[in-house]
Design a protein around this ligand. Structure first.
Ligand SMILES: Nc1nc2c(ncn2[C@@H]2O[C@H](COP(=O)(O)OP(=O)(O)OP(=O)(O)O)[C@@H](O)[C@H]2O)c(=O)[nH]1
Ligand SMILES: [Mg+2]
Length: 391
């Protein structure tokens, strides 16, 4: 026998762990009366006399904690209390004594919140730099409104405009996804050219092991950094050369795999090495986006550097010993990682599921016999899809 889900529920909707503030969401026909009962409001103005979005300061009677209650809708409230789980659990326990069921944050989101808002908010919690958080913060406000507008236009039969707007949104989806998923930048090249040293120089501190014995790096070493505010995983790889050593062979295979999956590949050469044929062999194997000629401090005076390694690729001369060219390298990477930036009013998907739903809506609109209005509205709907995935 299936029981209907409980109608009076509460949930800690902020992540479990340390934090300055935690939020308990409360929903149900008894929510307002129960919170009014539990909360001592110094002004004496009960929640029932307040408008939606209004905030009330008060003291939770059973714990004596000062907190803030925000009225999000007639049956929907948020209690903002001290961070961590103890304060939240005490509030949830007292709501339980009034018949409220505790449910998980995901279940709460699936039942009562707008998919587009929740998923963008979740993405915001995963932002690792102030720059990406600024883009996501803007979208938390704008994306649900834009989707609502698309639903209204679908209902008003303005389907061509909807298709056009979704197409523009999808143009920025790669940018949107990389606000939370770091881009991978792989450094590759022959052994001993200074790949690990360059990774350390870019990260600003010693991380990868460097040594003057060729073949020091045997596996892929990752380093999370931000370049011009964009999250990046720098991947230092084993030097590529013909080797009989089984461990080195595995390292080289891993390096090639990382190169095939990278967003940007940098090929590093020793600036003193003028062997064009060996360089072009590595370039054709790794297909880099950028060339670094390292160790320029070791060039003997008057020694010429072959800057054009073939293919007209952007080339930077560096020295890890003197720091020459490192700033320029970081600047060029910043521009290459995000060559195009959306305008402040442009909205776009920031999660795989948002992207999938928009792409499917567009595909339906482009079919010879487009899907029904009901199907389109559900794809752009506030609810998660049938598999319950709201992430
Ligand atoms: N003079 C000078 N030495 C450098 C420079 N960059 C790296 N080195 C030295 O070159 C040697 C090799 O550097 P690594 O960074 O280990 O080279 P790698 O390319 O990672 O080498 P593998 O891991 O063996 O493939 C070390 O002794 C570094 O200190 C540079 O710009 N100038
Ligand atoms: Mg190395």
């Amino acid at each position: 026998m299936n029981f209907p889900p409980p109608s009076n529920v509460c949930s800690q909707i902020t992540p479990i762990g340390r934090g300055a503030v935690a939020v308990v969401a409360v929903h149900g026909s008894q929510a307002e009366a129960t919170i009014d009962e539990c909360l001592l409001i110094p002004t004496g103005k009960p929640l029932s006399s307040r408008t939606n979005q209004e905030v009330a300061y008060g003291i939770w009677k059973s714990t004596g904690e000062d907190l803030v209650v925000s009225k999000r809708g007639d049956q929907h409230f948020e209690i903002h209390c001290h961070g961590g789980t103890t304060a939240c659990q005490a509030i949830i326990r007292s709501l339980g004594s009034f018949g409220f069921f505790e449910i998980s944050a995901i279940e709460f989101a699936n039942r009562f919140q707008d998919f587009w808002q929740v998923t963008t908010q979740l993405a915001l919690t995963q932002a690792t730099t102030p720059k990406t958080a600024t883009f996501l913060l803007r979208l938390v406000a704008q994306l649900p409104l834009q989707i609502q507008q698309l639903r209204n236009r679908l209902a008003a039969n303005d389907w061509d405009l909807v298709a056009e707007q979704i197409q523009t949104m999808l143009h920025w989806s790669d940018f949107g996804m990389h606000l939370t998923v770091p881009r991978s930048v792989v450094l590759c090249g022959k052994p001993n050219v200074g790949k690990s040293s360059l990774v350390n120089a870019m990260a600003g501190f010693q991380r990868a092991i460097v040594h003057d014995v060729a073949g020091t790096t045997r596996d892929v070493v990752s380093q999370a950094i931000a370049i011009d505010g964009w999250p990046v995983t720098l991947k230092d790889t084993a030097g590529i050369r013909n080797s009989d050593n089984p461990i080195e062979i595995m390292g080289i295979a891993q390096a090639k795999e990382q190169i095939s999956k990278s967003d940007l590949t940098i090929c590093v050469f020793d600036a003193r090495d003028n062997s064009r044929s060996k360089q072009s062999e590595i370039i054709s194997q790794t297909k880099p986006d950028l060339i670094i000629l390292n160790k320029i401090d070791l060039l003997s005076s008057g020694q010429a550097v072959v800057e054009d390694t073939g293919g007209g690729l952007p080339t930077i001369k560096t020295s890890v010993k003197t720091n020459a060219g490192i700033r320029e390298l970081i600047d060029i990477l910043g521009t290459q990682l995000a060559p195009e930036i959306p305008s402040d009013s442009q909205t776009y998907p920031v999660t795989t599921e948002q992207n999938r739903r928009l792409a499917e809506t567009l595909a339906c609109l482009h079919q010879e016999t487009p899907a029904t209005l009901g199907k389109l509205l559900s794809l752009l709907g506030k609810q998660p899809t049938a598999d319950g995935n709201n992430a």
